[in-house]
Design a binder for this molecule. Structure first.
Ligand SMILES: Nc1ncnc2c1ncn2[C@@H]1O[C@H](COP(=O)(O)OP(=O)(O)OP(=O)(O)O)[C@@H](O)[C@H]1O
Ligand SMILES: [Mg+2]
Length: 266
């Protein structure tokens, strides 16, 4: 069965898409067949970071019964992209039935995918929570600011209390160093454990990185060329991927990517 990893943060602009794209590239370099779902419907931008130009007709196709395959874009990076479309207002407020249909449609690519990375939109909308609950690994991206802690906690609480998700991995992004990052993780962990029955696994930190920021401007992902010398941010991303592959999985019941409602493999 394909593995699904949902990346969420609550707060916007903390690095979800940058991390999603680079994690996808690393998994590809490790030999995996990777699909990236940019679930930021209507304002998707993973394709921009990847230097891909989208044809707008893909937007609605992925919501139709069996239409997922038509919406897949083979990128030049060897990753398959499913984009929520940009400048497409009709996709912004997806109906619940459309969301569930989309999650179920992934069964069609189970045999051709090893990893599905889901880049979720900022906020704690029903859509974000549905994608988080449907994944078997949930990665929360947190930066060391009270607003980020608060927004990540909102996702954690809603995913836990409303969908029964217990296990989460956490990355501290834009950290000054490892010690500061660990301190921020411990603070976040203490808040979470005080109020919720959850299990948080520290997946490591990503330093503040000028090359990472530049890669967005250049539309060439940091990990796009495995022959380039890998800087500290690249090593940090590789280490994050290794931790994610070993992290406890989401055992909650409900509609899942590549699983039926009873939690049985399809
Ligand atoms: N570790 C980092 N060091 C420096 N800049 C970073 C780092 N991580 C992310 N950024 C920058 O922060 C900005 C926001 O990143 P990104 O778009 O990945 O965030 P996001 O969480 O997906 O945002 P949104 O909520 O809008 O979808 C980008 O300019 C990106 O280059
Ligand atoms: Mg984003």
């Amino acid at each position: 069965m394909a593995q699904s990893i949902a990346i969420a943060s609550g707060k916007g602009g903390v690095g979800k898409t940058s991390i999603a794209v680079n994690v996808a590239l690393i998994l590809r370099q490790l030999g995996g067949r990777v699909t990236l779902l940019d679930a930021d419907f209507g304002t998707a931008n993973a394709h921009i970071l990847m230097g891909e130009n989208l044809s707008p007709k893909i937007d609605k196709a992925m919501l139709s019964d069996g239409g997922l395959s038509d919406a897949l874009i083979k990128t030049s990076h060897g990753i398959t992209l499913l984009s929520g479309g940009s400048a497409a207002r009709d996709l912004i407020d997806l109906k619940k039935t459309d969301r569930l249909q989309l999650i179920r449609n992934f069964d069609a690519i189970n045999d051709e995918t090893d990893y599905l990375i889901v880049d979720t939109p900022a906020g704690a909308s029903d859509a974000t929570l549905a994608f988080v609950a449907a994944a078997n690994c949930v990665l929360l991206v947190v930066v060391g600011e009270p607003t980020s802690f608060m927004d990540a906690y909102t996702i954690l609480k809603a995913a836990n209390l409303e969908h029964g998700v217990r296990s989460f991995s956490v990355i501290i992004n834009m950290a000054r160093d490892g010690q500061e990052a660990r301190r921020h993780f411990d603070q976040f962990l203490a808040i979470a454990l005080r109020f919720l029955d959850v299990e948080l696994t520290y997946a490591g930190h990503l330093p503040i990185s000028a090359p990472l920021r530049r890669s967005v401007v250049m539309r060439k992902p940091l990990m796009a060329n495995s022959n380039d010398a890998i800087g500290p941010e690249g090593q940090a991303l590789q280490s994050i991927v290794q931790k994610l592959l070993k992290a406890p999985t989401n055992e909650s019941h409900g509609i899942r990517f590549f699983l039926d409602t009873a939690g049985k493999e399809t």
